[in-house]
Design a protein around this ligand. Structure first.
Ligand SMILES: Cc1cc2nc3c(=O)[nH]c(=O)nc-3n(C[C@H](O)[C@H](O)[C@H](O)COP(=O)(O)OP(=O)(O)OC[C@H]3O[C@@H](n4cnc5c(N)ncnc54)[C@H](O)[C@@H]3O)c2cc1C
Length: 477
């Protein structure tokens, strides 16, 4: 078999493009099979954009967000360069610096951009955000946001989904007086039901965030605030637009590939052109994944298996969605479909006074969905059951209230429980790394990648570490 490496071009050096490069380098460290060229429109080295709200709170610096990069002579990275067109017949990509890139295989990892709703005054004629307006998708947005807000001054967040609420909470932690406007009847409508959202709204109000659900924004008035459809004006020096994202599909559409809301791919992450692949937020797979990093990283690993020839049978099978709101003081997790088209058995606990709500939907003794507000321990247990498609204990109420531990396999310290969903790291793998000498969160992260995704498992990893470091003698090896 010929040893000439094939040339794989990657467009987009964001969270998923960078992971793909890393996965290829792990499988083919000397570049014997694959030579990679990555072009990324952003000037920065790849970073974890999920943690941008942590920069807004001041807990992290932008430098802390850097993602690992493959150190391989077989990888060429071109930062600050954008692809402008793909010619599938010539197998060539045109770049905005006037050069071009020939490929054997092409990977689109162009992600998504913030969607701006059609509200008067949000954008300039050239499409740039109007004065006082920003999205929160990239480093530049984050810098702009921080230049617009000040402690004690008002700001408005347009969009009460997960990102909007995380941004609102981050700003309120810094003393900004925040209002959230959501055009749907309730907050986080894609993840939680109305009863949970009503309790969530009360919790937000209690920490100083004003919530305006089912209110349509009419006009942004720079220097004044956001006018609503009922004529009220919410004061705001800044408007943070978190009203959803749109997959970047222009290159694929221009190349004649099938595009719906994303670039359509099959289980091998291949588009309508067998030499062009798409992964991450720009891709549309029949069983979902766009909008979350874990499925994108899984896609990156599958495609690396395929393009390096490491596992020609590798396939992406879709996602079991779990969403955690990362907002200081609010523990909210949502998984699967808690309403489950009315065919599931459902147990609900509503405690508005305590600011808590829990709903568990089970079909054939398997979790099909759950909403858990203020129940962090049962959220962790139920997420494990869901991940492993394991049977739920017969006392569902006890499970919801955190009083029931399911079968020992889950609770067992040596069991296979998944701790870091983003990177698929189990408790067992963490323990192995600990036994091999990783005694801090940072060294565990370096060895296993745990905690380097959404950060939702930091608490669990810290707890495991504290237990191991305090309770066990140092291992002999
Ligand atoms: C604030 C925030 C919080 C989030 N929280 C979570 C969370 O808690 N959990 C979760 O799972 N997900 C979360 N997400 C979503 C997560 O960040 C995305 O799913 C992930 O970044 C997708 O990675 P990607 O590489 O597909 O896209 P991106 O990270 O957007 O990267 C795409 C890259 O491609 C580049 N690009 C685009 N077009 C071109 C071109 N023509 N030429 C060259 N380069 C190009 C872009 O500049 C960009 O750098 C969050 C996102 C944000 C912004």
């Amino acid at each position: 078999m010929t040893q000439q490496p094939r040339h794989v071009a990657v467009i987009g050096h964001g969270m998923v493009g960078a992971r793909f490069v890393e996965e290829v380098a792990r499988r083919d460290p000397d570049g014997r099979r694959v030579r990679l060229t990555v072009v990324g429109a952003e000037a920065e080295r790849p970073y974890n954009r999920i943690l941008l709200p942590e920069v807004v709170t001041g807990r992290l610096d932008l430098d802390d967000l850097a993602l690992p990069e493959a150190d391989s002579a077989a990888v060429t990275v071109r930062r600050g360069v954008a692809a402008t067109a793909v010619d599938p017949a010539a197998r060539r990509v045109a770049l905005d610096d006037g050069t071009g890139l020939d490929y054997d295989e092409l990977v689109l990892a162009t992600g998504a951009r913030a969607a701006f709703p059609p509200v008067a005054g949000l954008s300039e004629d050239d499409g740039a955000p109007a004065p006082g307006v920003t999205a929160l998708r990239g480093v530049e947005d984050c810098r702009r946001l921080m230049s617009l807000v000040r402690p004690g001054a008002p700001a408005v967040v347009l969009g009460g989904g997960v990102l909007g609420l995380e941004a609102a909470r981050a700003l309120s932690e810094g003393g900004v007086r925040v209002s959230v406007v959501e055009s749907s009847p309730w907050l986080m409508r894609r993840q939680i039901d109305q009863a949970a959202a009503s309790i969530l709204s009360e919790r937000l109000t209690a920490i100083g965030i004003a919530v305006h659900s089912w209110r349509v924004a009419a006009r942004w008035l720079p220097g004044t605030g956001l006018e609503l459809d009922d004529g009220r004006v919410l004061a705001g020096d800044a408007l943070i637009v978190t009203a959803g994202v749109r997959a970047r599909t222009e290159l694929a559409a221009g190349a004649g590939l099938a595009v719906e809301h994303g670039v359509v791919v099959d289980d091998a992450l291949t588009t309508a052109d067998p030499r062009i692949h798409a992964i991450g937020d720009c891709a549309q797979h029949a069983r979902g994944g766009a909008g979350l990093v874990q499925p994108g990283w899984e896609q990156a690993a599958v495609l690396a298996d395929l393009l390096t020839g490491t596992a020609p049978g590798a396939r992406y099978r879709g996602v079991r969605p779990v969403t955690r709101l990362k907002a200081e003081g609010i523990e909210l997790a949502s998984l699967g479909d808690a309403d489950a088209d009315g065919t599931a058995e459902t147990v609900t606990v509503s405690d508005p006074h305590g600011g808590r709500y829990a709903k568990l939907s089970v079909r054939g003794d398997r979790v099909v969905g759950a909403i858990l507000l203020g129940f962090p321990d049962s959220a962790a247990t139920i997420a494990q059951l869901y991940d492993q498609d394991a049977p739920v204990p017969s006392d569902r109420l006890a499970l919801l209230l955190g009083a029931a531990r399911p079968e020992p396999r889950i609770a067992d310290q040596a069991g296979p429980a998944l701790v870091c969903r983003c990177n698929g790291v189990s408790r067992e793998q963490l323990e192995e790394a600990w036994l091999d000498g990783a005694r801090t969160r940072q060294t565990l992260a370096e060895q296993t990648r745990a905690t380097t995704g959404c950060g939702g498992c930091v608490r669990d990893v810290n707890a495991l570490l504290a237990g191991w470091n305090n309770e066990r003698p140092a291992p002999a090896r």
